[in-house]
Design a protein around this ligand. Structure first.
Ligand code: GAF
Length: 457
């Protein structure tokens, strides 16, 4: 076993000072500060945030750092130090940081991308998108009212694998939005740099997460549901967030077993994923079609307040009854819609179980670890067979982890690439690491340490 397979989160203070000096070299002026936002892992609740389901995410120590200084000409200049994305300094002119025209339909999104000089999909869309959505938020929220002509120079570096299913996009959005708040709004200008961490109320953070979601949906064109941005901006060190996506309320919960005798490890398969290509939204659309057939705008409402397995069976029977005479559901394959439905509903029940388990105090560490492990593994099977978002390496990582003594393992994030989360007894870690190294040279491991939310450093 070599240490090379572990991806370290790095020392924030070292990354901070390195970024400050590189910023000076790149732009010929000092950075005003550095902002950080974490990536995330998720114990359960994949592909259900946009259906109003419950998710159990936690923030990583790994994340994205943004050094920035304000400009007065409304434009953005930005560069990333991540080798896979670095294409020098990109300038986004002020005129281009406007809203998408019209109603935000697919056609509008396409027109918007067609107008963009770099075409769709450049990583700077995430940053220019949040500058736009923060301006929009400032229209109704005096604390965030954006100074006229505000623009910025930014230098970005991340300790997350890019496109690794650990929320690198949301980390970029959330670190950038904090930089913009600090440098361009009354809330930021009234508070010296680090004080912004205390000045941001819970409601502020909730509003900023919503603004980041808007940027990703309306400007980038990816159908994110808010899980990633919420955990990046509202996580608590040492805790898992129990996040109810009906109203985005959060409850921080202890996960003692990973502090005592077990470790959570994120295995980056090295196979990158992207949310903007059609598969992700396709899965979502299948489940939404099933919801509509059942008569619900939001799938979560098909289940009672505390959903159980029997409720899932009941809804599936109802679906079968309604679909019996139909060739398709909203033009989509009936059986595919049924599988997406079953994934979403069983995932909601797993979240409920986990929430109950982690909020109770009456359980021993062993019991918690093995129950969490079982939930992880059944979540994976559901991602594989019902959501159908898994892929060969992820399945192999899960099998390998279980064979090496892990309590459980699952694919996390949007799927079609990305990372597997493994809960493993500390004693089994060396052989697990060795076995995973044998699967592929692209595999990287991240120690999952429940960490704090986005902040000014
Ligand atoms: C991606 C999305 F951005 C999230 O909103 C969530 O849907 C996740 O995939 C799947 O659970 O990360």
């Amino acid at each position: 076993t070599t240490d090379a397979v572990w991806l370290a989160p790095g020392e924030p203070q070292e990354i901070h000072s390195d970024l400050i000096s590189r910023f000076q070299a790149e732009y010929g002026r000092p950075a005003s500060g550095v902002w950080f936002a974490p990536g995330r892992a998720n114990l359960n609740g994949e592909h259900i945030d946009f259906h109003g389901g419950r998710c159990l995410p936690l923030a990583l120590a790994h994340g994205t750092y943004v050094a920035a200084a304000p400009r007065q000409d409304g434009q953005l200049r930005l560069r990333t130090l991540d080798a896979s994305l670095d294409d020098g300094v990109t300038t986004v002119p002020a005129e281009q940081i406007g809203p998408v025209n019209g109603s935000g339909t697919d056609q509008d999104l396409q027109d918007h991308h067609a107008r963009s000089p770099r075409g769709s999909g450049h990583w700077s869309d995430y940053v220019s998108g949040v500058l736009w959505s923060l301006r929009e938020l400032g229209v109704s929220q005096p604390d965030f009212r954006m100074q006229d002509g505000f623009g910025a120079d930014l230098l970005v570096v991340s300790t997350l694998p890019i496109g690794g299913g650990l929320s690198s996009s949301a980390a970029l959005e959330c670190a950038s939005i904090l930089a913009f708040v600090a440098l361009g709004t009354p809330l930021g200008r009234q508070n010296p740099l680090q004080d912004i961490n205390a000045a941001l109320s819970r409601q502020h953070r909730k509003d900023l997460a919503a603004a980041c979601v808007r940027a990703e949906v309306e400007v980038v064109g990816a159908g994110t549901g808010g899980l990633d941005q919420t955990v990046a901006l509202r996580a608590r060190a040492g805790k898992v967030l129990s996040l109810d996506c009906r109203d985005f309320s959060v409850q921080p919960l202890d996960i003692g077993c990973i502090q005592r005798g077990y470790r959570l490890v994120a295995v980056d398969t090295g196979q990158a994923h992207r949310l903007v290509d059609g598969q992700f939204s396709d899965r979502r659309a299948d489940a939404e079609a099933a919801a509509h057939l059942l008569g619900f705008d939001r799938l979560r409402d098909a289940l009672p307040e505390k959903p159980r397995k029997a409720d899932v069976l009941h809804v599936l029977e109802e679906f079968d009854r309604l679909a019996e005479q139909l060739d398709s559901v909203d033009g989509r394959d009936t059986q595919a819609c049924r599988r997406r439905l079953r994934h979403a509903l069983t995932e909601m029940v797993r979240s409920e179980k986990l929430h109950h388990l982690l909020s109770g105090e009456a359980y021993g560490v062993r019991h918690v670890a093995s129950t969490v492990g079982d939930i992880l593994t059944s979540g994976h099977m559901s991602m594989r067979d019902d959501a159908e978002v898994s892929f060969a390496v992820a399945d192999l990582v899960v099998e390998t982890a279980l064979a090496q003594g892990a309590e459980g393992a699952r694919l996390i994030g949007g799927g079609f690439g990305g990372s597997v989360l493994v809960l493993v007894p500390i004693g089994a870690l060396p052989r697990l690491t060795a076995a995973l190294e044998g699967i592929s040279r692209s595999i990287r491991l991240l120690d999952v340490v429940p960490s704090a939310a986005a902040q000014a450093l």
